[in-house]
Design a protein around this ligand. Structure first.
Ligand code: PMP
Length: 304
């Protein structure tokens, strides 16, 4: 296979059955391995969709500056998508997020603006909006409120999962929520296609979907501070709130037992999928998503 640009490698990621754990008979946990996108995460799908749509709608031109608050993966996805157009990039990143992701954004030409960790993603959003007001011909995709975010996953990940299952629907779909785009898009897709699919959201402690207060957590990429505007309550059949300890435990187990170098949000998703497996009848198929890889978190001692 000869490809012309790395963007051709976005999507159609492998789905792997995760074996070696205690499951009811014939129950399967299958994971979409999103680290195999060229920028290394599920957010490459979003980057290309945001940039292409903005060009098509005439919102941006080749002189535009893209400004976005991001934990990093959306920035990398936007950077890859913007490369061929030569767009200027400014990413607003809370300080706590991994240095590897920041380096990858920088090598794609992005300027990184930091906001204090305590101000959370809200602080990054406010800073990005303030920069947008000052900088001429700037565009803020604003993944945390832009309906293109869930639409991306509605159009790509949902149908891919059904295709991976040879046209069948899973009994349950389990995914983490950061912006909530992945979960919302795929949950909407399944709810429209089949009433029987359970759609289940995963969050760390310190995230509000399960009724808790916002607070700090180490699991990177998931956790919401306020209810995402594009998420509907009726899509959430269950919330699993996974402690950092459990997320990092499975992150390590999946490397050692399965050879999967995945990030901590994947560890959390797997912990939730295991809990879900215990509540469903034997023989169920649970599909989850592993959003990125561990190598962008080695500086944060992901395998400590
Ligand atoms: N895991 C990781 C590592 C991520 O970067 C993200 C995106 N912030 C997610 C999970 C959650 O995806 P979403 O924003 O679509 O909820």
């Amino acid at each position: 296979m000869i490809i012309q640009t790395v963007n051709e490698l976005i999507g159609q990621t492998p789905m792997m059955e995760i074996k070696g754990y205690d499951l009811p008979e014939n129950t399967r946990i299958l994971a979409k391995l999103e680290q195999f996108n060229p920028g290394g995460s599920i957010k490459d799908r979003l980057g290309v969709k945001l940039i292409d749509t903005a060009f098509k709608e005439g919102i941006i031109n080749k002189e535009s500056t893209i400004i976005e608050p991001t934990a990093g993966n959306t920035g990398i996805g936007l950077g890859l998508a913007a490369m061929s157009y030569g767009l200027k990039l400014i990413f607003v990143v809370p300080e706590k997020f991994s240095i590897e992701k920041q380096e990858l954004m920088r090598v794609l030409g992005a300027e990184i603006v930091h906001t204090p960790t305590e101000e959370g993603i809200k602080g990054a959003v406010a800073k990005a909006k303030a920069l947008g007001e000052k900088i001429e011909n700037s565009y803020l995709p604003l993944q945390f409120e832009n309906p293109i975010n869930p639409l991306t996953y509605y159009e790509t990940l949902g149908p891919e999962i059904v295709n991976d299952l040879d046209g069948q629907y899973p009994d349950s779909f389990v995914a983490g929520a950061g912006s909530g785009g992945t979960f919302s898009g795929v949950a909407q897709y399944f709810k429209e296609q089949s009433e029987s699919v359970r759609t289940v959201v995963v969050e760390p402690e310190g995230s509000i979907l399960g009724g808790g207060e916002p607070g700090p957590h180490e699991t990177e990429g998931i956790g919401v501070e306020s209810f995402p505007p594009f998420m509907k309550k009726e899509w959430i059949d269950q919330v699993y709130t996974i402690s950092d300890e459990e997320a990092f435990y499975y992150t390590k187990e999946l490397a050692r037992k399965n050879g999967l170098f995945i990030g901590s949000s994947s560890g959390a998703a797997f912990a939730a999928a295991l809990k879900e497996a215990q509540t469903l009848p034997a023989g169920s198929t649970i599909v989850t998503v592993f959003p990125d890889g561990s190598e962008r978190y080695l500086s944060k001692n992901i395998y400590k």
